[in-house]
Design a protein around this ligand. Structure first.
Ligand code: ZN
Length: 870
C-alpha cells in the first residue's frame, strides 16, 4: 500500500519507557518487552502495534494476561482494545524470533556467529511489537541474557548498568540509555569480539570511553577509524559547538550489512568496510571512505538522534544535513577542492541519472510503498547540496546562527524539514520562502546562458534561464545561489565596479526568476564568466562555450573546482564531437587548445598532486553518456580509449617523469602521501594506455614491490583489461595472498567485474560459481554484480542482453532472502529509455519478468513497477 505524507497523523499513544529483556538462543531468541504507555488521543479505541516475522507468546496489560480473543495479531499488527484503560498503562509482550534465519539483515540477525541489529527504518518491529515510528521517543533499558562463552561481549545503547552470571550459568548484562529515542536507533550486539579502546575529553570536561569492537584478529586495523572518530568529535565541538552526551561511544564492525553504517545511540554499527584499514590492506580511497562514514555516523548524534525526524518523509532532514556536515569535515581534514570534486562526481554519477529517470523524486518524497527504497542519492546527496545552498546563501556566520537556533529550539524533538528551514530563517534573518521549493521539486534544473558584451559601453550582460523537465506542471523557478566571477583576457580576476559585490572579485547572486539578467560594467574587453563556482547549485549548465573558452578556464580559473569542471566539459565536448564525426578508423581528433591546456596543468608543479590527477583524468564513460540523448556505450568507450591512448603517447615523456617523481621524490609539504600515489597511478594508467609492453612490465613491477593496497590495486586495475600472462599471474597471486581477507577479496571481484576483455561476461558467470562468491553477503554481491552493472557499461549493455539477464537473475534470487538489497539492484534496468530500441526491449523485458515473480516483495515491486511505467 502507498503511504502519503499528507496523511500524517500524530500517534494515538506514546511510549515513555521500554524495558527489554532479550534472551539469546541458538534455536530461538525470546524478547520480553515491558512498556509504559500514555494516551495521546483521548478518542482512540484501539492500540495498534507494528510487528513482523514475530511469534507472539503472551500479552499482559496492566499486569493481567490477555486471552487470545482479547487481541488480534496479524502478519503486520497487534491490535489491542484500549477503550477502558486509563491515561497511563503498561504492557508486557513476549515474542519469539529466529535471528539465525534472518537473511534480510533487518531487525536482530546473525553475522559470522555474532548477533547484531539494524532497525532503521522499520526493523525494530522485527524484534518486538511496538509503535515503530520515529515520533514515538522513549527511554530504553535493555537486558541481554545469553551464553557468556559464545557471547562474552553484550552491548546495547547508553551506559552499562549491571553485569552478572545468573544461577543457570548464563550471562546477563543491562544497559540504560537516558536519552529518549525513536525505536530505529535501538541496537543490540552480542558476540565473541575483540575491542580497541581510547578516550576523548569533551570541551566541557566529560571523559568519554571510545571502543571499537571487531572480529578477533582485526584489532590492528582500527587505528584510522579511531583517529577519525576523535577528529570528528573535536570538529563538531569547534565547528558547531556540539559535544558528545554519554560516557561511552561504541562502534561495532560487522561483515554482513545492507548499507554503510548506522548511527544507533551510543552504539554505531558499521559495515566492516568502513572501519577496518591498514595501508597494506586498504586503499587511500578506503581510508577516505572510513574517515567520512565515521564522521557521518558520529555527527548524526546531533543531527538525527538528539533531533530526529517526525516521519520518514523527513529523512533528508537528518541525512542531507549530516552528509553536508561530513563533507564539510572531510574538506577541512583534506584538500577542500579535491573533496568538492569528489562530492560532485558522486552526485553526478548517482543522483543525476536518478533525477532524470523514472525513479526521480524530490528530496522530500510525497509518497512511498517501501521506505527503504528512499535511502537514495537524491535524499542523501542532493539533500546535502540543498543544505550547502542554504549555507552559501546565508554565509558561514548566519548559517551557524541558524543552526544554533535549530539545536536550541528542537533538541529532544522529532521534527520536519519545514521546522528546520524555519529555524535557519529565524536564526539568520534571511528569507527562505522561495528556497523551500527545492524540497518538493524533482529533477535537475537546466541552466541556459546568454552573454552580451557591448565594447562601446564596456557593459557585459549575462542572462540565465532555468528550466526543469521533470518538474513538468509544477515548475516554479527555484532560488539558486549563483556563485561567480569574471576573468579578463589575461585570466586575471575582474573586480566588480557596481552591484551588490562592488569591489570584490566574486559574489553569490540570487538567481530566482525563470529568466534573469545580471549586468557588469567598466570592462575593457569581453570577460570570461566562471559560473556556479564550487558547484554552488546542483544544476546542469547548458552553456555553449567554445573549446578555446573552456581551455582558457581550465588553465586559468581562480576557482579550482571550476578549473577541473571546465576541463571535464571540454573533454566531454571533444569526445562527443568525435562520436558524431563517424570516423572510420576511430581516431579521435584532439584540438590543440585541449592538448595545450593539458600540457600546462601537467607541468604546473604548484598544484596539489591530487588535484592534478583529477584534472588530468578524462570524464568517465557514464558522465559522457549523460550528454547523449540515446547512449551509445560502444562508441563512447572506443573514442574515450583512443583519446586516452593519444594523451598517453603525446605526453609519454611527461608521464614517465611524473611517475618517477611521484614514486621517488618526497611529497611536497602540505600534501598527503596519498596525493603522490594518486598522481603516480594516473600517470601509470596513461603509460599503459600507450599500448607499449614496457609499461605492462612497469605495472607488474609496481604490483610485486608494492607494500600498500593503493599501489597494488592501481597496478591490477591498469592491467585488468588486457589479455596477457602477466595479468593472469597477478590476479592469481593477489587472490592467493589475500583470500582470507573478505574486504580484499571483494576488490578482486570488482576489478574483474569491470574488465573490458571480450571474455568478461563469461568470466563474470564463472566468478558467480567461484567458492568465494555468495549472494548472502551484501559486500560480496555488490563487489561483483554491483560493480558490473554500474561500473561496466559496455558489457552490462552487451547487445546479447546477457548482462541484463545476469542482473535480473540476481534480483529474483534475492527477492525473498533480502528484498532491500534486491530492490537496490533494479535501478540500472530503469534507465532503459536511454538506450537504443533493441536494448530498450531487452531491458524492459527483464523488468516485466521481475514483476511476474512469485511472492514479489513490496521493495522490488515498487522499484520495478516505477522503472517500467513511470
Ligand atoms: Zn546518515
Amino acid at each position: 500500500a502507498t503511504i502519503y505524507l499528507k496523511d500524517y497523523k500524530e500517534p494515538d499513544f506514546l511510549i515513555k519507557t521500554v524495558d527489554l529483556t532479550v534472551e539469546l538462543g541458538e534455536e530461538e531468541t525470546i524478547v520480553t518487552s515491558r512498556l509504559e504507555l500514555t494516551r495521546n488521543d483521548e478518542n482512540a479505541t484501539k492500540l495498534s502495534l507494528n510487528g513482523e516475522h514475530l511469534t507472539l507468546q503472551s500479552v499482559k496489560m496492566d499486569g493481567h494476561m490477555l486471552t487470545p480473543d482479547e487481541y488480534n495479531a496479524t502478519d503486520e499488527w497487534l491490535h489491542l482494545p484500549v477503550a477502558t484503560v486509563t491515561t497511563d498503562f503498561s504492557l508486557e509482550i513476549v515474542t519469539r524470533i529466529k535471528p539465525q534465519e534472518n537473511t534480510a539483515l533487518e531487525g536482530l540477525y546473525k553475522s559470522n556467529g555474532n548477533f547484531c541489529t539494524q532497525c532503521e527504518a522499520e526493523g525494530f518491529r522485527w524484534i518486538t511489537y511496538f509503535l515503530d515510528r520515529p515520533d514515538v521517543m522513549a527511554i530504553y533499558t535493555t537486558t541481554i541474557i545469553g551464553d557468556g562463552e559464545l557471547y562474552p561481549v553484550m552491548l546495547s545503547n547508553g551506559n552499562l548498568m549491571q553485569q552478572e552470571t545468573l544461577p543457570d550459568g548464563r550471562q546477563s548484562v543491562t544497559w540504560h540509555d537516558p536519552h529518549p529515542k525513536p525505536s530505529y536507533l535501538f541496537a543490540l550486539v552480542a558476540g565473541n569480539l575483540a575491542v580497541v579502546e581510547d578516550k576523548f575529553t569533551t570541551r566541557s570536561g566529560r571523559n568519554v570511553k571510545l571502543q571499537i569492537f571487531v572480529e578477533k584478529g582485526n584489532e590492528d586495523k582500527c587505528d584510522h577509524a579511531m583517529t577519525s572518530l576523535k577528529k570528528s568529535m573535536k570538529w563538531d565541538e569547534e565547528k558547531y559547538g556540539r559535544e558528545y552526551d554519554l560516557d561511552i561511544f561504541m562502534i561495532v564492525a560487522v561483515s554482513d550489512f545492507n548499507m554503510g553504517a548506522m548511527e544507533n545511540k551510543g552504539l554505531n554499527v558499521f559495515n566492516s568496510k568502513y572501519v577496518l584499514a591498514s595501508p597494506e590492506t586498504a586503499t587511500d580511497a578506503d581510508f577516505d571512505g572510513i574517515e567520512s562514514v565515521i564522521a557521518h555516523e558520529y555527527f548524526h548524534n546531533w543531527t538525527g538522534n538528539r533531533i530526529t525526524c517526525r516521519d520518514w518523509f523527513q529523512l533528508t532532514l537528518k541525512e542531507g544535513l549530516t552528509v553536508f556536515r561530513d563533507q564539510q569535515f572531510s574538506a577541512d581534514m583534506n584538500s577542500a577542492a579535491v573533496q568538492r570534486i569528489d562530492d560532485v562526481q558522486r552526485l553526478r554519477a548517482a543522483q543525476f541519472p536518478e533525477d532524470g529517470g523514472p525513479l526521480a523524486h524530490p528530496i522530500q518524497p510525497q509518497s512511498y510503498v517501501e521506505i527503504n527504497n528512499f535511502y537514495t542519492a537524491t535524499v542523501y546527496e542532493k539533500g546535502a547540496e540543498v543544505i550547502r545552498m542554504i549555507h552559501t546563501l546565508l554565509g558561514e556566520e548566519k548559517f551557524r546562527k541558524g543552526m544554533d537556533l535549530y539545536f536550541e529550539r528542537h533538541d529532544g524533538q522529532a521534527v520536519t524539514t519545514e521546522e528546520f528551514v524555519s529555524a535557519l530563517e529565524d536564526g539568520s534573518g534571511v528569507d527562505l520562502t522561495q528556497f523551500r521549493r527545492w524540497y518538493v521539486t524533482p529533477g535537475t534544473p537546466e541552466i541556459m546562458v546568454d552573454e552580451r558584451f557591448d565594447p562601446k559601453t564596456g557593459q557585459y550582460k549575462l542572462t540565465l534561464e532555468q528550466s526543469n523537465l521533470k518538474a513538468g506542471e509544477i515548475f516554479k523557478p527555484l532560488h539558486i545561489p549563483l556563485q561567480m566571477g569574471l576573468l579578463d583576457e589575461k585570466g586575471q580576476a575582474v573586480t566588480f565596479t557596481d552591484g551588490p559585490f562592488k569591489g570584490q572579485t566574486e559574489g553569490v547572486f540570487d538567481f530566482n526568476k525563470k529568466r534573469q539578467s545580471f549586468t557588469f560594467s567598466g570592462l575593457s574587453s569581453q570577460p570570461k564568466a566562471s559560473l556556479f563556482r564550487g558547484f554552488s547549485a546542483p544544476v546542469k549548465l547548458r552553456q555553449t562555450m567554445s573549446d578555446d573558452a573552456l581551455a582558457f578556464l581550465f588553465a586559468k580559473d581562480q576557482d579550482l573546482f571550476n578549473r577541473w569542471d571546465a576541463g571535464q566539459r571540454l573533454a566531454s565536448n571533444i569526445i562527443l564531437k568525435n562520436i558524431e564525426a563517424v570516423d572510420e578508423d576511430d581516431t579521435a581528433i584532439l584540438p590543440a587548445a585541449f592538448l595545450d591546456a593539458f600540457a600546462e596543468i601537467l607541468s604546473d608543479t604548484e598544484l596539489d598532486r591530487a588535484f592534478t590527477a583529477s584534472a588530468l583524468t578524462l570524464p568517465g564513460e557514464q558522465d559522457i553518456a549523460q550528454r547523449m540523448p540515446i547512449v551509445d556505450v560502444d562508441a563512447i568507450h572506443k573514442v574515450r580509449e583512443n583519446a586516452r591512448q593519444q594523451i598517453g603517447l603525446t605526453f609519454e615523456e611527461n608521464w614517465r617523469k611524473l611517475y618517477n617523481e611521484c614514486a621517488n621524490a618526497p611529497t611536497p609539504a602540505n600534501q598527503p602521501e596519498s596525493s603522490s600515489r594518486k598522481l603516480k597511478n594516473t600517470a601509470l594508467r596513461y603509460l599503459i594506455a600507450t599500448g607499449r609492453e614496457e609499461y605492462i612490465t612497469l605495472a607488474a613491477t609496481q604490483f610485486r614491490k608494492s607494500t600498500n593496497m593503493t599501489d597494488s590495486v592501481a597496478a591490477l586495475s591498469g592491467l585488468k583489461d588486457i589479455t596477457h600472462p602477466v595479468r593472469d599471474e597477478m590476479f592469481a597471486d593477489y587472490y592467493e595472498k589475500w583470500q582470507k581477507d573478505a574486504l580484499i577479496v571483494d576488490k578482486w571481484f570488482t576489478l574483474q567485474a569491470m574488465s573490458m576483455r571480450e571474455s568478461t561476461i563469461a568470466d563474470i558467470k564463472k566468478l558467480m560459481e567461484h567458492p568465494a562468491f555468495t549472494l548472502r553477503n551484501p559486500n560480496r554481491l555488490r563487489s561483483l554484480i554491483g560493480a558490473f552493472t554500474s561500473g561496466n557499461p559496455v558489457y552490462f549493455h552487451d547487445k546479447s542482453g546477457e548482462g541484463y539477464r545476469i542482473l535480473s537473475g540476481v534480483i529474483s534470487a534475492m527477492n525473498k532472502t533480502n528484498p532491500q538489497i534486491a530492490a537496490r539492484f533494479v535501478a540500472p534496468l530503469g534507465q532503459w529509455r536511454r538506450y537504443d530500441e533493441d536494448r530498450q526491449a531487452l531491458m524492459s523485458a527483464e523488468l516485466e519478468k521481475i514483476l511476474k515473480l512469485p511472492d514479489l516483495s513490496d521493495h522490488v515491486y515498487e522499484m520495478a513497477n516505477k522503472s517500467l511505467h513511470n
